[in-house]
Design a protein around this ligand. Structure first.
Ligand SMILES: Cc1ncc(COP(=O)(O)O)c(C=O)c1O
Length: 442
């Protein structure tokens, strides 16, 4: 055991691993035991470059001292206090700090513990708002094919990834979906926003024709990550916004991965130039050091729900850990870093280099599309005959063994490194990935 090594667990049986091939993993475990900056380390101390910011969440890099110390300090001051009919100072402070970063008008912040909880909370807020403003018939929720909004019944139902839904029965009623925006025949190898596909938002007119005034909200990721990086076509979000306004429908952005700098602005909405009524967040909010999510809503929605209730609880929803003191402390420290180190500015400074490096993969074997925006890239591979997902999974494993963490979804390699990345890391990511793609083609 060298100085950096951490013992491997003796028993891998009890932990039922989420979103994992448990059988494969437990036969061939790949463990991450420690992290610092841009790097993970295996239990033996082998270095793994983090090409995915964990799971799109450690935007400021790993092991940030300010965050660690803020959590330690807060644990000694107040470990826990309820936020039901009571409050503690740091939760209010954290909400105010989040509201400084959200787009103008989205100033009210509801805390959750994850992206999934944020998605379900946002949907519930939309329904409660429509009811409070006298539109109780608006009970329908619209998502988009290939959308990902976590694993709660709301987010899963509105989400549009078939594999995430098929084991779980009927799900929520009164849900419909817009078409996804993936048009490889017209947009393959686009740099940044693809040119074609704005018209796909017009499908909302079809849903309104079908469902009348029963639609409460449309929820989309401004840039869809988990499905394998689908960048919104030029003009698409603007069109969606116009149609929502025209038909009295709320627009919800799921900013769980696009929040906190990833697209070169505080939130994706700013970079993409279209503001929603409600936005979810999680992940980068605390740099993932303590689980926390949040939903920011515009003042009108908040006021309508709060003033619409004569007395007593206005919104029958909340989590024991909403605004948890340790999470709030982590959020404040993470936001301090985000602002002080201008993480969005760092993204804008390096995204051109990142884009060129990502698109250099075009000449690698079996690469059928490359998509990027901000510090995100998706490299799509042709599937192996009769084995969808297998080629990318082999690339993932080879990258890990060669010292690089990537994420795969289907046959797409998705990259989303910490925002503190430097050019030499970018070079290393794409050299290692390119080698892995070549070796797996051989
Ligand atoms: C857009 C989006 N929404 C929701 C979630 C779910 O977040 P969590 O895993 O924290 O519940 C994710 C996770 O990747 C996500 O990308």
């Amino acid at each position: 055991m060298n100085e950096l090594s951490i013992p491997r667990p003796n028993n891998l049986d009890a932990f039922w691993m989420p979103y994992s091939d448990n059988k494969y993993f437990k036969d061939t475990p790949r463990l991450l035991a420690r992290a610092e900056g841009m790097l993970y380390f295996t239990p033996e101390g082998r270095e793994i470059l983090d090409g995915t910011a964990g799971l799109w969440c450690c935007n400021a890099g790993h092991g940030r001292r300010e965050i660690v110390e803020a959590i330690q300090k807060q644990a000694a001051i107040l470990d826990f206090a309820p936020t039901f009919q009571l409050g503690h100072p740091i939760a209010f402070e954290a909400a105010a700090r989040v509201a400084e970063l959200t787009p103008e008008g989205l100033d009210r912040v509801f805390f959750t513990n994850s992206g999934s909880e944020s998605a379900d909370t946002a949907l519930k807020i939309a329904l409660a708002y429509q009811r409070a403003r006298g539109q109780a018939q608006r009970v329908r929720l619209v998502g988009r094919e290939r959308g990902y909004h976590g694993v709660g019944f709301g987010g899963m139902s509105v989400g549009g990834i078939g594999t995430n839904r098929k084991q779980f029965g009927a799900m929520l009623p009164y849900v419909d979906h817009l078409p996804h925006t993936h048009l490889p025949e017209r947009n393959a190898f686009s740099k940044g926003l693809p040119a074609h596909g704005a018209h796909l938002a017009d499908d909302l007119e079809r849903l309104v024709a079908l469902h009348g005034d029963t639609i409460a909200a449309v929820m989309v990721e401004p840039l869809a990550g988990s499905t394998g990086v689908l960048v919104p076509p030029v003009g698409y979000l603007k069109r969606l916004r116009e149609l929502c306004d025209k038909h009295g429908i709320l627009l919800i952005y799921d900013e769980v991965i696009t929040g906190f700098g990833r697209l070169g602005t505080h939130f994706g909405s700013e970079r993409l130039g279209v503001t929603p009524d409600i936005m979810t967040m999680a992940k980068g909010l605390t740099n993932a050091a303590v689980p926390m999510g949040a939903v920011a809503v515009n003042n009108e929605i908040y006021e309508t729900i709060i003033r619409g209730t004569a007395a007593g609880i206005e919104f029958f929803h909340g989590y024991t850990y909403s605004g948890h003191p340790l999470a709030a402390a982590a959020a404040l420290a993470a936001i301090d870093i985000h602002v002080r180190e201008d993480l969005p500015g760092r993204v804008r400074a390096i995204e051109g280099y990142w884009q060129e490096a990502a698109h250099s993969m075009r000449s690698a074997p079996n690469v059928v599309d490359i998509r990027d925006h901000g510090l995100i890239a998706g490299i799509e591979l042709a599937p192996l005959d009769g084995k969808p997902g297998e080629r990318a999974m082999r690339v993932f494993r080879r990258c890990f063994d060669d010292g690089l963490l990537v994420r795969v979804t289907g046959d797409i390699v998705a990259l989303s490194p910490p925002l503190i990345i430097e050019k030499h890391h970018v070079d290393r990511i794409f050299t290692t990935l390119g080698d892995a793609i070549h070796k797996e083609a051989a």
